[in-house]
Design a protein around this ligand. Sequence first.
Ligand SMILES: [Zn+2]
Length: 62
Amino acid sequence: MSEVNCLYCGKKIAEDLAECPHCGGVSHYQKRGYRAGARARFVLFFIAVTVFCLFFIFWLPR
Ligand SMILES: [Zn+2]
C-alpha cells in the first residue's frame, strides 16, 4: 500500500482511502468506488438510448 499527500491538508494518507482521516477531504487517488458504479450506469444508459433509437428507426411509420 502506498501513501499520497492529501490535497487539502498535505498530510500523508493511504492511497485507497476514500476520505482523508485528518481533515475529512475527499481523496482523488482512490481507484475504486463511485467511478466503477458510474461506468456501469453509463453503459446501461448507453444501451437504453440505443434501444430507444432502434425503436424509432424500425417501428415508427415513415
Ligand atoms: Zn487531509
